[in-house]
Ligand binder design. Structure first.
Ligand code: NAP
Length: 280
């Protein structure tokens, strides 16, 4: 049975951006379908038999792909999903993409060429990688070892990405726009960790390790080879300085400056997730 109000489908609805987008849309009283392998109906990028039921009756889609638009086969999968969306009557696609990734830009073009309305959110590294993803545990333990040097990254707050996505999904004026979303200043990973340490009152260090050693550590953890290649691609090829300049996407989309990394650190330290200490 179709509902009277148009439904927005949020893929990756349990993830860093999708969760925040879903929350905002639901708070606004808008009908949302959660795209997740655990939802009912379930959605799985790797099982196309799940796609039809999830897209039925949907008006707009937020597309957060897994694991990354740069992996082999991603462009074909996005093409197949986009074709189905258009055939099913979807009117707008909002694609979360990665900055500085040539392969991701091919996926962007698929959405841009779909013939329906689109918005591209091309984001830099998320602040929330330090608190809602793989960096959290090492930070709690006091030492984050990464194959990084002195390259600075303008970390973007997932709250800003979510706000831009909701604007694109619900308001006119964002159609056929590509927003490069970054924070307002670039920091090295060491500087980012120093800010977290200062805010928690804890000793936390960033230890730079060679890429080969990082690969070996991931192999010892028996991570899938494709995931290891992706992680090294993101840390070496993409993190080469091409993404250091800040961009104005948040300002263009929302009419206000992007949130600073310091805001994110203060908010997150206050939750206690990084461990006890004496916040400064
Ligand atoms: N992190 C960064 O710094 C960064 C920067 C730029 C771009 N990106 C892009 O952001 C996207 C990730 O977004 P995010 O960080 O908001 O999500 P996330 O926190 O990584 O969460 C992953 C989401 O994807 C879902 N998922 C995992 N495997 C799936 C599958 N096989 N089929 C369907 N859904 C699946 C998960 O849902 P269930 O487990 O519930 O199914 C979850 O909702 C990626 O495309 C990444 O390339 C990330």
């Amino acid at each position: 049975m179709k509902t009277a109000q148009p439904i927005t489908l949020v893929l990756g609805a349990t993830g860093k951006t999708g969760r925040r987008i879903t929350q905002r849309l639901e708070t606004a009283g808008l009908p949302v379908r959660r795209g997740s392998r655990d939802a009912n109906p379930p959605f799985d990028w790797e099982d196309r038999s799940t796609w039809d039921a999830v897209i039925d009756g949907v008006h707009c889609v937020y597309i957060s792909f897994q694991p990354d638009l740069a992996v082999p086969g991603a462009v074909e999968t996005i093409q197949a999903f986009t074709d189905l969306a258009v055939k099913s009557g979807v009117r707008k696609l909002v694609l979360l993409s990665g900055r500085g990734e040539v392969e991701a830009q091919q996926a962007e073009r698929v959405v841009q060429d779909s013939g329906i309305d689109w918005t591209i959110l091309r984001a830099s590294w998320f602040c929330q990688n330090f608190s809602e993803a793989h960096f959290l545990e090492p930070i709690v333990q006091g030492e984050l070892a990464l194959p990084v040097g002195q390259v600075a990254e303008p970390f973007v707050d997932a709250e800003d990405i979510a706000e831009c996505a909701v604007a694109a999904l619900t308001q006119p004026g964002h159609t056929n726009q590509l927003y490069e979303l970054t924070g307002p200043r670039a920091l090295t990973f060491a500087q980012a960790v120093t800010e977290i340490a200062r805010s928690t009152g804890r000793k936390i260090e960033l230890v730079a390790v060679p890429a080969d050693a990082y690969r070996q550590a991931m192999e010892q953890e028996q991570l899938p080879p494709a995931l290891i290649d992706l992680v090294l691609y993101l840390f070496t090829t993409v993190l080469d300085g091409r993404n250091t300049p800040v961009a104005d996407g948040v300002q263009r989309a929302l009419g206000r400056p992007a949130r600073d990394f310091g805001d994110y650190v203060r908010r997150t330290a206050a939750t206690g997730i990084w461990g006890n200490g004496s916040p400064t």
